[in-house]
Design a protein around this ligand. Structure first.
Ligand SMILES: [Zn+2]
Length: 597
């Protein structure tokens, strides 16, 4: 019944085919609507401020024209993901993107004018009952108002960014993409040119030498480019410092915190609690060393597979496992995604032309999301299925929200997905008799948690230290290496030996280049799920309805308001420590299993 080869997307709810005339007429209608919207409201939002009822009508109008444009846009994106080798899909995607860009430019004035409302006018509007349904959307938009400069300055900055900040990002991307690696792949006789991704994937290879040599080759190739990479880092850090000064942000972290609806104080607390628990990671590394039977654990051994636990999960079995785990939590969680296979919302098997990886695409309120997988039957694939179905459940349950509040706020974007993974891991552990498989399951989960909490906290600390040093002057490549090793030593202690080439470990991480201080959001997301899971363990079935309400609320309120009904206080350091308590318990469980050997 659930044959992965026949489970494909049904895109007919959008359009009949790539050349369906209805698609063009939707695009044209969206452009016409955007022009009408502009003609009606441009120059009318502030000074004097629009009446609350009129602004509500404007927001409604804006949402409805966006929905009109979203249909062709999402359809083109899905077609392209399902088969990127078809030139017609590529052309449609480009055409639709251009139209979307045009519509965005036509309606950009709306956000800018909302930002220019005086604080007093905004306060009055915000309190009006007519606008209550758009409250959170307006608040997140307005949070940027104190740091927005005059229109002329903003325009000038944007133009100069092209040859400034963006040019260095572009240089980094082009250089990274141009790097060629010479390597003898396992099982081959001679060296050849391989892609960087292929080398990084070898960190999971069973042969220790292969893991170490491949990662060293990857890092040394970056080290050889240190002049350019160091210049990119230096200039982007300087640029960020200047922007913080110019806009008057109270802290270097503020811009990222505004987008992610957190505060620098909250992030600092979370990082401090994470560092205080680095010992848990070290305990795990010691167990991993023992399981692998090594004298010394190297950083290239952290993801080494454990011997003798290869298992294949047919897709029907994986689907049943996730449904059981979700239903065990609450029948409604399982029911929210139950229909996805038969309604053509799943694309399961890998095939030529299809995008790699996995994702869940939310559309708009009231329409079921689409899920893409490249399912091959490994344990990782089962947890990936649980992850993507978590996203899907979140979108289905948030279907009652308006378009502005449909997507969850950024810190909650991975809540339902990672929580879903947790439920399935626990379900698998409960049903598994084989001790080796149980050990492997726990190790896989702990490694994933360590990579998203402790490692990301360490990355954020490195970034903070580098930015602080940059404000005193230019950093050399060697100085960046030293800062990097220093933060890693704090995490690893003497339980992990770093291979010499690892000094270049900072130089390839694109988050440092693309999104300053972004890494802490992974720590936030993971710890939040662990803390939620802890409450579920303590409260049992009583927890489930409150959790479902959280998902139903979508992005209708800031994270702290959404989480309060679940008894979570984000300002309490105990909250973050609670997440690490779950890690501690999992470690104890692992120790008992290993001890039985
Ligand atoms: Zn996800």
């Amino acid at each position: 019944m659930l044959d992965p080869q026949t489970l494909r997307w049904d895109l007919s709810p959008f359009y009949a085919a790539v050349d369906d005339p209805a698609l063009r007429s939707d695009l044209d209608a969206a452009k016409t609507e955007a022009a009408a919207f502009r003609a009606t409201y441009r120059g009318r939002i502030c000074a004097p401020a629009l009446a609350a009822g009129e602004l509500a009508a404007a927001l409604e109008h804006h949402a409805s024209l966006q929905r009109l444009a979203l249909r062709p846009y999402l359809y083109a994106q899905l077609l392209f993901s399902a088969d990127g080798s078809d030139a017609r899909h590529l052309r449609l995607f480009a055409e639709v993107r251009e139209a979307w860009q045009e519509i965005s430019e036509t309606t950009l004035f709306f956000e800018l004018e909302l930002l220019r409302l005086s604080q007093e006018d905004f306060g009055g509007l915000r309190a009006a009952p007519e606008l209550a349904a758009y409250g959170h959307h307006l608040d997140t938009l307005r949070a940027h108002a104190p740091y927005t400069l005059s229109e002329e300055v903003e325009q000038a900055l944007k133009r100069k960014d092209l040859t400034g900040k963006e040019a260095f990002v572009q240089l980094f991307d082009e250089l990274s993409a141009s790097l060629r690696y010479r390597f003898r792949m396992p099982g081959e006789d001679a060296e050849r040119e391989v892609a960087g991704e292929e080398l990084l994937a070898l960190l999971y290879h069973p042969d220790r030498e292969v893991r170490e040599h491949s990662f060293a080759a990857y890092l040394e190739t970056h080290g050889a480019q240190s002049l350019v990479l160091t210049a990119c880092f230096n200039n982007l850090m300087l640029d960020h410092g200047k922007e913080v000064e110019l806009r008057g942000y109270p802290d270097r972290m503020t811009p990222t915190c505004l987008t992610s609806e957190t505060s620098p104080e909250m992030v600092e607390r979370m990082l401090a609690v994470s560092e205080a628990h680095y010992g848990l990671a070290r305990e795990y590394f010691a167990i991993k060393r023992q399981l692998l039977g090594y004298e010394v654990l190297k950083n290239t051994d952290l993801y080494a597979p454990l011997a003798g636990v290869e298992r294949h999960f047919p897709f029907a079995e994986a689907w049943a496992l996730v449904q059981e785990a979700y239903a065990g939590f609450h029948p409604e969680l399982a029911a929210s995604v139950e229909r996805l296979p038969e309604t053509g919302r799943l694309d399961v098997a890998p095939r030529h032309g299809k995008s790699g990886g996995a994702f869940c695409m939310g559309l708009y309120p009231g329409a079921d999301p689409y899920v893409l997988l490249n399912y091959t039957g490994t344990l990782r694939d089962v947890t990936t299925l649980a992850h993507e179905l978590g996203h899907a459940a979140h979108y289905v349950l948030a279907g009652g929200q308006n378009l502005y509040h449909y997507h969850p706020p950024l810190p909650l974007a991975e809540t339902a997905s990672v929580f879903g993974e947790m439920l399935v891991t626990r379900h698998l552990l409960d049903g598994e008799q084989d001790r080796q498989v149980r050990i492997a399951l726990l190790c896989a989960k702990l490694e994933e948690i360590i990579a998203t909490t402790f490692r990301q906290a360490m990355l954020t600390r490195f970034e903070q230290a580098a930015h602080a040093r940059r404000s005193e002057g230019l950093l050399t490549g060697d100085e960046l290496c030293e800062l990097w090793l220093e933060q890693n030593r704090r995490l690893f202690g003497d339980t992990v030996a770093m291979i010499p080439a690892y000094r270049w470990g900072w130089s390839y991480i694109s988050h440092f280049i693309h999104a300053r201080f972004y890494c802490f959001s992974y720590v936030f997301g993971e710890l939040l799920v662990l803390a939620l899971y802890r409450r579920y363990q303590a409260q049992g079935a009583a927890f489930a309805p409150r959790y479902l309400d959280l998902l139903r609320a979508g992005g209708s309120a800031p994270p702290e308001a959404l989480l309060r009904p679940l008894g979570i206080d984000l300002t309490d350091p105990e909250f973050w420590a609670g997440g690490y308590a779950v890690v501690g318990e999992m470690l104890e469980e692992l120790k008992v299993l290993v001890g039985e050997a």
